[in-house]
Design a protein around this ligand. Structure first.
Ligand SMILES: C[S@@+](CC[C@H](N)C(=O)[O-])C[C@H]1O[C@@H](n2cnc3c(N)ncnc32)[C@H](O)[C@@H]1O
Length: 264
């Protein structure tokens, strides 16, 4: 009973934080933006306060669950490849890594953990968009993980840009691992599985595996090889209602010309 109560309080805190993040991202008035930031600090203890709530939630809901699914999908192939060729360990950029624990137990994976607000020394403080780009193929990652990160971003174009930006860090046949709360596709006015698949395709990704758990939707994608330079194929995605009714949430990902220039 007690734990159910605290789980509810935890969910309410997280939902409130995400609503504020979105309002800050959408707000055009600098004074109002500042006021909302103050409200975030006072109510949630800022980003750091959110991270601590997030960690509590992960402890309750089986920390590392998303990493485990990825390893089940590609682990045997990666491991065999590495052993056969004596290749370096699989290089994985874990964006929004929080405490940097998702991949540390797999000896054949070499994770680089980044986060806007790290919660352990394993994690480097950096925005994904500011992380230095590789200078050659050898410095590229084999996989970029965006696990519960895109839904954290309040700006709809920046969400789409994350899907495009991942290409810049990957080897030619590199993977993108995308995880979202299931409600983002099951219960959104603007997104469902088919539309997310279309967005991923337009952003240069082939979906290799897709699976939903009780709370999460998980997508393992590989760079499309059918484009001279894998990336955006020019298809735009606007905020279009695909489900009507008051009970749906407003989660949306936008892709378009404006978003290609927009970083903030
Ligand atoms: C809900 S946590 C996800 C933690 C973990 N990846 C997981 O799957 O449980 C979202 C994290 O993404 C981070 N984040 C959001 N946007 C980011 C960005 N542009 N660059 C780096 N980290 C970002 C946040 O700071 C936050 O710690």
């Amino acid at each position: 009973m007690g734990s159910k109560k605290s789980a509810t309080a935890h969910s309410v805190a997280i939902a409130g934080f995400h609503t504020l993040l979105k309002r800050i991202a959408q707000c055009q008035d600098p004074r109002e933006k500042e006021r909302l930031r103050q409200q975030m600090d006072e109510t949630y203890g800022g980003l750091d306060g959110y991270q601590k709530e997030s960690l509590k939630g992960r402890d309750r809901h089986n920390a590392g669950e998303t990493g485990k699914w990825l390893v089940q999908q590609v682990g045997p192939i990666w491991k065999a490849e590495q052993e056969a060729s004596g290749k370096r360990r699989i290089r994985l950029l874990d964006v929004g890594s929080l405490s940097g624990t998702a991949y540390h137990k797999y000896k054949w994976i070499d994770p680089v953990n980044i986060d806007l607000s790290p919660q352990s020394e394993r994690v480097i403080k950096s925005d994904f968009f500011d992380w230095p780009l590789p200078q050659n193929e050898a410095a590229c990652f084999d996989c970029v993980a965006l696990s519960l990160v895109i839904n954290f971003e309040g700006n709809l174009f920046r969400r789409g840009n994350m899907l495009l930006h991942a290409h810049k860090h990957l080897t030619k046949a590199g993977f993108l691992f995308l995880v979202l709360p299931l409600a983002c596709v099951e219960n959104s006015r603007y997104l469902d599985h088919a539309r997310l698949r279309a967005i991923l395709h337009a952003c240069g990704w082939n979906v290799v595996e897709q699976n939903d758990s009780a709370k999460l939707t998980r997508w393992l994608c590989q760079r499309r090889q059918d484009q001279a330079q894998a990336g955006w194929d020019g298809t735009s995605f606007k905020k279009e209602e695909i489900r009507k009714g008051p009970s749906f949430n407003n989660f949306c990902i936008r892709v378009g010309q404006q978003g290609r220039e927009e970083k903030t």
